[in-house]
Design a protein around this ligand. Structure first.
Ligand code: ARG
Length: 579
């Protein structure tokens, strides 16, 4: 890793002066972010962090003075060409030609693995992660929360895979419950076999809406209850109807997720845990954790003082299980099946309490691994509407973003030369959705806006795609860059250095996102990369430059494009080569 070799070299000099092992110093040395104000230093050592690392005393001392004293004791060498002190930091400037050479070589050599091989990750053990996300409910609305869960879960899975972890992607479908009782009855009056085959999600939803209206009638309610009871009793004919609804729905989900570039290793929904939930109730009883209320429901006391000040209901009075009971069964089953190291659930924050209770009960049951379960929650999104109205299906969103993007592209007349404008519009539109969603902290709520998301300028996914496509066509036009004979002394303009400095930081950004699972670090990194590349594209022309200069610049742009693509793919975006 480019940044790594520099960090190591700086750390080894520091270690002699400070008499600390270099490994302890490496994480205190970070690449300086490229801001609007240009800076010359490439790395900085934070004095505060090494004081914490060493003795802990001296915190009261003036950090600036310490930085100055330390800087004076360090010497430039073949790697570091300048050392200075800042407020609480010692700043290092890397030899300019070495910087260009090392960064370009590394990006070239590592390709899609650039940044992930960094020693920042060397102490992170390889793990197996189960990631559960999306999880819509059959015959019900696929709401924006499901969309967010799909995008966030996919990002986390991509990131983990890129960092060398093993990942199991699970879609925990809402495929059980009273809605199937209603559907079963509703289908008899409102169902159509052809429609069920051709567009199951839409048709089942329509049937569900119709039967819900009809279910005011007590007779219908009773029929639905009977249907669901037969389902729970595994009546063969009833089950086969349910199975048909489920199978056809999954088939269609798979097709639509594909448009998003998302796939799952398992579709195991609530139905699968219906029976296992009974075993969980038995286990809770055996462990003395299940208490019966006067109403006959079963609860688990979660309070510290065992005074029932907080509790969770796990059983209905008729002995059937609840949402949380099925989740308990699912967690235990997944541990048995996958022996995972961490399990992540991705849903909106309204379910935070549910997951807290889930993890607490698992712990009470004696499963220490409950501590390795994590709920990644996100905020609410308001105002996502399509031209036809409310969003009901995932496909509505995908079609809407595609048609809006296509319209924008047609009005700017960029579609003419594009081979497949519809597909391009879809990929660019998806980038727009993803970036709008990932720009802030996941926990924050935001107001959705098609116009804001689809702007071609500013910090949008469209801008990322546009930059990528421009860099791609630059290479198409001038032939591919060759790294072997690049003359790095041709890359000394400030705009070239800024791009190189920014490329140096990629591993730190990946590290941050891998720690807090927030995509926003990568998003803002890629937006900055695109801005820097756009500036360099303007000020450092390839066309008309002397061959050595042109070649060096092509290499620089190639490196920028390569890292841009890597980051975009992690976020779930497919880069387009034309737009
Ligand atoms: N199907 C649920 C819903 O739409 C989400 C499932 C979340 N995952 C879980 N293990 N409970 O709200």
């Amino acid at each position: 890793m480019a940044a790594g070799s520099f960090r190591r070299s700086i750390a080894s000099q520091l270690s002699k002066v400070l008499d600390l092992p270099p490994e302890n110093l490496i994480k205190s040395i970070s690449a300086v972010p490229v801001s609007k104000k240009r800076h010359v230093a490439d790395f900085q050592l934070s004095i505060a962090s090494i004081i914490e690392n060493s003795s802990g005393d001296g915190l009261a001392q003036d950090l600036h003075l310490q930085a100055q004293q330390l800087a004076e004791r360090l010497k430039c060498d073949s790697v570091v060409s300048a050392i200075s002190a800042g407020p609480g930091t010692v700043n290092f400037t890397i030899n300019r030609e070495l910087l260009a050479k090392t960064v370009l070589q590394q990006v070239w050599k590592d390709g899609s693995e650039y940044g992930v091989k960094s020693e920042l990750f060397s102490t992170v053990p390889r793990q197996k992660a189960v990631i559960e996300f999306s999880s819509p409910n059959i015959a019900k609305k696929f709401h924006i929360g499901h969309l967010r869960s799909t995008m966030v879960g996919n990002f986390i899975a991509n990131l983990k895979v890129a960092l060398g972890h093993e990942v199991v992607r699970i879609n925990y479908l809402g495929d059980w419950g009273m809605q199937f009782g209603l559907l079963g009855v509703g289908f008899q009056s409102f169902g159509n076999k052809e429609k069920l085959k051709s567009s199951p999600l839409q048709h089942l939803f329509e049937v569900y809406v119709q039967i819900n209206q009809a279910a005011e009638d007590e007779n219908i309610k009773k029929l639905a209850k009977d249907f669901f009871r037969k389902l729970e009793e595994h009546d063969e004919q009833t089950l086969s109807i349910w199975k048909q609804f489920r199978d056809l729905s999954i088939e269609e989900y798979i097709r639509i997720y594909k448009r998003l570039g998302v796939h799952f290793d398992e579709y195991s929904g609530e139905s699968f845990y219906q029976e296992k939930a009974q075993e969980v109730l038995k286990m809770l009883e055996d462990k003395g954790l299940l208490q019966k209320t006067i109403k006959g429901t079963g609860i688990v006391d979660l309070s510290e003082k065992k005074d029932l000040s907080t509790f969770s209901t796990v059983m209905r009075s008729d002995g059937t299980s609840l949402y949380i009971t099925r989740d308990l069964a699912a967690a235990i089953d997944r541990m048995n099946k996958h022996s995972w190291d961490t399990m992540i659930y991705v849903t909106d924050k309204s379910q935070s309490n549910h997951f807290q209770h889930l993890f607490q009960i698992l712990k009470l049951m004696g499963y220490d691994w409950a501590e390795r379960c994590q709920h990644v929650s996100f905020g609410l999104v308001q105002g996502m509407k399509t031209r036809r109205g409310e969003v009901i299906f995932l496909e509505d969103v995908l079609n809407e973003v595609r048609s809006r993007m296509l319209q924008n592209m047609t009005s700017t007349k960029t579609t003419k030369e594009i081979q497949d404008p519809v597909e391009t519009a879809e990929k660019v539109g998806l980038a727009a959705l993803i970036i709008q969603d990932f720009r802030g902290l996941l926990s924050s709520d935001y107001q959705f806006s098609w116009d804001r998301a689809l702007q071609s300028r500013g910090d949008t996914g469209v801008f990322l795609q546009y930059t990528y496509a421009r860099l791609h066509s630059l290479e198409q036009m001038h032939g591919n860059a060759e790294l072997t004979d690049v003359n790095v002394s041709c890359l000394q303009e400030p705009d070239a250095i800024s791009v190189l400095q920014h490329l140096l930081r990629y591993d730190e950004v990946l590290y941050r996102s891998s720690q807090d699972l927030q995509p926003k670090h990568i998003v803002s990194y890629l937006l900055t990369l695109s801005h820097l590349a756009a500036v360099a594209h303007k000020t450092l022309p390839v066309k008309g430059s002397a061959p050595a200069v042109a070649q060096a610049r092509l290499c620089l742009f190639h490196a920028a494009r390569s890292v841009l693509a890597n980051g975009m793919k992690l976020l779930g975006i497919t880069p387009v080569t034309q737009m």
